[in-house]
Design a binder for this molecule. Sequence first.
Ligand SMILES: *[C@@H]1O[C@H](CO)[C@@H](O)[C@H](O)[C@H]1NC(C)=O
Ligand SMILES: *[C@@H]1O[C@H](CO)[C@@H](O)[C@H](O)[C@H]1NC(C)=O
Ligand SMILES: *[C@@H]1O[C@H](CO)[C@@H](O)[C@H](O)[C@H]1NC(C)=O
Ligand SMILES: *[C@@H]1O[C@H](CO)[C@@H](O)[C@H](O)[C@H]1NC(C)=O
Ligand SMILES: *[C@@H]1O[C@H](CO)[C@@H](O)[C@H](O)[C@H]1NC(C)=O
Ligand SMILES: *[C@@H]1O[C@H](CO)[C@@H](O)[C@H](O)[C@H]1NC(C)=O
Ligand SMILES: *[C@@H]1O[C@H](CO)[C@@H](O)[C@H](O)[C@H]1NC(C)=O
Ligand SMILES: *[C@@H]1O[C@H](CO)[C@@H](O)[C@H](O)[C@H]1NC(C)=O
Ligand SMILES: *[C@@H]1O[C@H](CO)[C@@H](O)[C@H](O)[C@H]1NC(C)=O
Ligand SMILES: *[C@@H]1O[C@H](CO)[C@@H](O)[C@H](O)[C@H]1NC(C)=O
Ligand SMILES: *[C@@H]1O[C@H](CO)[C@@H](O)[C@H](O)[C@H]1NC(C)=O
Ligand SMILES: *[C@@H]1O[C@H](CO)[C@@H](O)[C@H](O)[C@H]1NC(C)=O
Length: 712
Amino acid sequence: MKKCVWIILILLFLFPVPIVSESSKIHLENESTGSGSFECVDGGCSIRIEPSPTKGTVLNLQGNGNKVLVYIITTGRTQLEFLQKESERTDQRSYLADVNQGFLINCKAICNAHTGLPHYSFNREILDSHNCGPYLRYIGNEVVRIQQKRRVTVYGQRFTCQYHMVPFNSNISSETIYVISEASNTFDVFDGNNESYNKTGHIVSQSYWESVEFEQQYRGPNWSRDMKSIYAVTTKRSCVCQNQPVEVSNGQVIHIQSPGYPDFMCPSSQCEKHITFSKFNGSDEYIQRALVTLEARAKVETDFSLVSKNFDVRFNADMYSNVSTHFLLEPVDKVTHNTPLSLYNGPEGHFNMSIQSIQIRKDCDCSLFKQKKYERYEHKIKIKVPAQCELIFCHWTIGSGGYKEIIVKVDKVRENDEVHIWNRNITEKYNSTQLKQPRKLYSAVSVGDTFVFFRRNTSGVSQQNYPSFITVSWITQSNVPLTTTPQAFISPNYPKPYNFFGNCQTLLVAPDNYYIKLNVSDFDVEHIHDHLSFYDGNNTSSEFLLEQLTGTHQNLTFTSSGNMMTVDFFSDGSHGRRGYHFVALAVIISTPKSIEVAIPSMKENDSGKNGKPTPIMDQFPSDDSLIDPLWLSDSENSTTSKTSNLQRSCSKHGFFFYLFCALCAVFITIGTLFGGFVLYKKLNPRKTETSFANEMIRFRNDDTGSVVTIEN
Ligand SMILES: *[C@@H]1O[C@H](CO)[C@@H](O)[C@H](O)[C@H]1NC(C)=O
Ligand SMILES: *[C@@H]1O[C@H](CO)[C@@H](O)[C@H](O)[C@H]1NC(C)=O
Ligand SMILES: *[C@@H]1O[C@H](CO)[C@@H](O)[C@H](O)[C@H]1NC(C)=O
Ligand SMILES: *[C@@H]1O[C@H](CO)[C@@H](O)[C@H](O)[C@H]1NC(C)=O
Ligand SMILES: *[C@@H]1O[C@H](CO)[C@@H](O)[C@H](O)[C@H]1NC(C)=O
Ligand SMILES: *[C@@H]1O[C@H](CO)[C@@H](O)[C@H](O)[C@H]1NC(C)=O
Ligand SMILES: *[C@@H]1O[C@H](CO)[C@@H](O)[C@H](O)[C@H]1NC(C)=O
Ligand SMILES: *[C@@H]1O[C@H](CO)[C@@H](O)[C@H](O)[C@H]1NC(C)=O
Ligand SMILES: *[C@@H]1O[C@H](CO)[C@@H](O)[C@H](O)[C@H]1NC(C)=O
Ligand SMILES: *[C@@H]1O[C@H](CO)[C@@H](O)[C@H](O)[C@H]1NC(C)=O
Ligand SMILES: *[C@@H]1O[C@H](CO)[C@@H](O)[C@H](O)[C@H]1NC(C)=O
Ligand SMILES: *[C@@H]1O[C@H](CO)[C@@H](O)[C@H](O)[C@H]1NC(C)=O
């Protein structure tokens, strides 16, 4: 037995079996070009072109009537990608392999010299805009651009772009591929059962996909017209709309999610879900409402709406960026959702919503979402929440832009009280613990509407029989760019008596390297009660106060140290007098010998799209004289419109703010006296803490009714 084995081994050594054909050949990664014919012996033959780590590989195959099996090798992958369709062909063709991709071409025994041997040639190329490949594209959960724009140098040149798309993970064939094209294209799609489909359109999708082929002939040089981008992605999410209508009975909750939730944006999806609220058979004391609980992330061009006969509440990227909130609506008829024709993988553009049919006591029906809108110059909302309201939802919208800070104060907070404030830029939530202190937040200038929501849900919590008050106030600050051309600023209605209640702040901004010079030509306000304050810079702490004017003045000049000055006008709303007129301009911070140079006038609306540029400078005659109050009389119409502009930007404050300002004035006075004392003692002045945490202001309860009232 042992002898036999030895004899076989010796025979094998002397006459080796030609398992590896002589004609099989390997081209290494450092070979930049190569070519040859398939010279097959009995066992067939193979050519292997190793992947290059830096360059793409262009392979040209001349079949000469033979079928050649074509595979693509990818560095780091154990499996070769077999190109079924390409292996059936016998003609001349070419492929472009990506960096780290190579080829294996196999002829087996089918190659024969009778028809002429297949021939191949390859060269390595830097992939650039001359190429529309590479041929093999692995598609995963990230959106990839399949088709690149191609540069064509020869007019009328024809070229073919071909792609073979396969799942990045061979495991994920249970996913759905989406291929979208800017121009309608035809794709050969193969599913998991090896069935082939021709699919045409801007969007092509296939569940349980195995591979997708695309081949298109283009003609140069107008690639910008011919070559439209093609993108692809695969996902395990479903893009089927949950469109079956539902009925919601009292107390019942339904859940609706955007298609592709939570992280695949279905392209060009339009869903519409119809909802019926069962007939409400509660008592007359109650009213039927839809309580919507929403979590959503915004994405440009994606929107959704809650619609009924009376409203269409649309959510889009102008309105929110990331919300997680509740609100009340009248019974909703349908929820719609739209997405653009593009592929996106990520949580943006999705919502998860529940809608519950609830009943609310009629005397606790505060305000529905988007029902009550306040303009930014109105400045304050105060409502009383009656003691008996266990469940109450209030929603207010503050008109777009311009406000600098928003303050929320809840007097007599109860357990579970909640306040949400959100807009395109902010998502704030305060619980009952946090609401024990007034909350103050800062807002960017142009952020669209801001939504403020209050919820009380004290069901089951011990009853208290005093009402609560909620105050939301906001301070508007408008930014006014200054130039070397003097600009005039007047009080509302000037020179007629101002009839203005509240507080109006304007930030004057000169260009860098300029300071602001300001001349008050005319000043007449109610002594003590009304005043105009000038602050050096954008900070309105008392330490930056340049001057606070009240009573009557004339011809006063102030200058800023830097390029900003804040002007704050306050009036208690009664005994309005003529008001003020001042002129401001930017002055260059100069060395003694340099001369003021006119700087180009700045864009009139520097503060963004958030409304009217406040004061009146736009039409102000550009003369060099600082003081010219008479200019008003010769253009009465424009004066009126300018004045009303100014008045719109100024605000009305309620009692709370008045009291607060009075207290502030007292504090400022005390602070100034103290400051003087401290200065006298040659100590460093202490910074004034203006924290709201210690605010001790109480509201006067001047409402007697038990219904919710809103007062401005
Ligand atoms: C390619 O590299 C191999 C070794 O890896 C070397 O033997 C061969 O000479 C190189 N060929 C060229 C063309 O540089
Ligand atoms: C493929 O799926 C199997 C079973 O589902 C799993 O065990 C394996 O890890 C998966 N392989 C890859 C590469 O994901
Ligand atoms: C698909 O069908 C072809 C014949 O049409 C066959 O050769 C090939 O092996 C099949 N592929 C798979 C994955 O079943
Ligand atoms: C459509 O599919 C058939 C095979 O199913 C294929 O031969 C043909 O080329 C396809 N047409 C296009 C335009 O891709
Ligand atoms: C290329 O296409 C653009 C429109 O996409 C067209 O205006 C232009 O005339 C075309 N140029 C040629 C050479 O066809
Ligand atoms: C309507 O009222 C009846 C009796 O008052 C009650 O049985 C039924 O559940 C109510 N239906 C709904 C939808 O609340
Ligand atoms: C959006 O909200 C979610 C949940 O409230 C949170 O996890 C996520 O971090 C937020 N994203 C951003 C960008 O604020
Ligand atoms: C507010 O909006 C601006 C521009 O729209 C953006 O740069 C900034 O990051 C936003 N801030 C927050 C807190 O979202
Ligand atoms: C309210 O929020 C704060 C901070 O997020 C947290 O520390 C506190 O426990 C919360 N209070 C309640 C009652 O949820
Ligand atoms: C004031 O202006 C400075 C510089 O432009 C800026 O950093 C700061 O945030 C501003 N402060 C306020 C309260 O707007
Ligand atoms: C304003 O005051 C300055 C000095 O402070 C003086 O030179 C100027 O003449 C005054 N102008 C008027 C119109 O009173
Ligand atoms: C002022 O406006 C009124 C109505 O808007 C118009 O009739 C009148 O002619 C205007 N006067 C001037 C001076 O433009």
